[in-house]
Design a binder for this molecule. Sequence first.
Ligand code: FES
Length: 301
Amino acid sequence: MSFGHAAPREMQPDSFAFTKENLEKAQQVIAKYPPGRQQSAVMALLDLAQRQHDNWLPTVAMDYVADLLEMPRIRVYEVATFYTMYHLAPVGKWHLQVCTTTPCWLRGSDEVMRAIKDKTGLGGHSRHCHGAKRDEFTCEEVECLGACVNAPMLQVNDDYYEDLDYERTCQLIDALKAGKPPQVGSMTGRQGSQAQAGSTSLQHVRKQLEEAAKQRAAAKPADTAPAKAEGSAEQPAAKAKPKAKGADAPATGTSDPDDSPVKTKARANKTGEAQEKGKPADAPEDPNPADVPSHPPKSGD
Ligand code: FES
């Protein structure tokens, strides 16, 4: 919950309107809701307005959103002042939001706040810039940000940093000062939200898989002993078959005995003889006279 106050009058701009691109985005969001329910788009549109206006929401931007959604302005103010994601006054280049709700508090959010105080001089209620110049850091305490499993955690602008302690928070602030924010997520490197001691689920399956992998690795050398395979570089290259004279077919590299030069020539002779007799080349041979019966077939045979 946010109890932020609007920026002083001298900081407030005179007008606000979505850019053409953002207006199109706003209309796409509004179109997701049924007719008469367009007010449901209020949070998305306030976020869009804040991003367009240097990460804070002037009063005229809230009014603009209210008019666009045809809802009372006070209803928009209620939303914008409730959630800490909306900033009603300018915030620093790095806006730190420290979760101090019970899980994070039990896991050391006080140490996170101490590190921020030591490194930036800010407390948990330094949520806005007060001068004309933008501050490098602003900081506020917020309620649960939904990353309790990796508590304690801290949000920097749009990014979450988790598994913090005093030293890691100091390192994070130093990196931000240097303009090199570290990789977001757990600062201890744990994956997702697994237990700190490592994975605890399905360990028997992991063991089975590791055992199977070991067995495969042990069996591999015997199965794949480097035999000198035929056609390997050390084998003499197979001799190219002589091509039948006049044959245009490309060499196939097969060892079909029917392709031997002698047989090829015999086939050519046979084709020539058959053509002389007016028979197709593939016609069956004349039967052996010895196999022909000497008597003519009787009718009815
Ligand atoms: S309690 Fe801190 S993220 Fe939920």
